[in-house]
Ligand binder design. Structure first.
Ligand SMILES: *[C@@H]1O[C@H](CO)[C@@H](O)[C@H](O)[C@H]1NC(C)=O
Ligand SMILES: *[C@@H]1O[C@H](CO)[C@@H](O)[C@H](O)[C@H]1NC(C)=O
Length: 195
């Protein structure tokens, strides 16, 4: 070994001895345990992102022996907009506007009156589907619903199963509303990007 090679050898030995316990590598190790970039192939995300349009009807049933929508908090005193009231829902989602038409899932979550000036609901719900390959997958909606407007738009903030990494929006249009019972049927059109 020439003296130059010998020096290089020692130089690398010095470098490797020095880098292993250095703070940079221990930081790398710590962040590796907590977070690391991964190849999207590992999550099967090599397929092109799809855009899908789902259409179904959401039934808010307050009347009868088996309501799907139950008031769990009353409105604050004297509120004309039901401000403060909260309904927990497990509302059927059907293909057609009739409750007897095919059930494709349930809307599970709650809506709360969040406006003192008008009827403005905060919607927080998961569309839990049971139809076909979407059985077991869900879309999460979190948004503002000024319920008396013709079309209300709410963001899709995510999803599970086939809706991992989902984003998009839902448009709600009231199909029918019974002022006596409070029962409502609302058409939902959901536009969602997913894999
Ligand atoms: C509600 O309205 C009644 C009747 O107008 C009034 O007497 C009462 O003070 C009001 N309550 C609140 C909390 O504003
Ligand atoms: C959906 O999946 C569940 C659990 O895997 C199963 O029990 C149920 O029969 C399925 N429903 C439909 C409509 O396929």
């Amino acid at each position: 070994m020439s003296s130059q090679h010998f020096l290089t050898f020692f130089f690398f030995l010095f470098l490797s001895c020095n880098t292993i316990p250095s703070s940079t590598s221990s930081q790398n190790k710590d962040t590796f345990d907590f977070v690391r970039p991964i190849d999207r192939k590992l999550l099967g995300l090599t397929k092109k992102e799809k855009l899908s349009h789902f259409k179904f009807y959401w039934h808010d049933i307050l009347s009868g022996k088996n309501p799907s929508s139950v008031s769990i908090l009353p409105p604050s005193l004297n509120s004309t907009t039901y401000f403060g009231s909260v309904n927990m829902i497990d509302n059927p989602l059907t293909l057609g506007p009739e409750l007897s038409s095919k059930l494709v899932g349930k809307a599970q979550g709650f809506y709360a009156s969040a406006s003192q000036a008008e009827l403005g609901l905060l919607m927080a719900m998961n569309f839990a589907f049971i139809e076909g390959k979407y059985n077991g997958s869900s879309i999460t909606i979190l948004g503002r619903n000024p319920a008396l407007n013709k079309v209300r738009e709410m963001p899709v903030v995510g999803g599970s199963g086939l809706f991992r990494f989902a984003r998009g929006y839902a448009q709600a249009t009231t199909y029918s509303f019974d002022y006596k019972s409070g029962d409502a049927c609302v058409e939902y059109n959901v536009y969602v990007f997913h894999y």
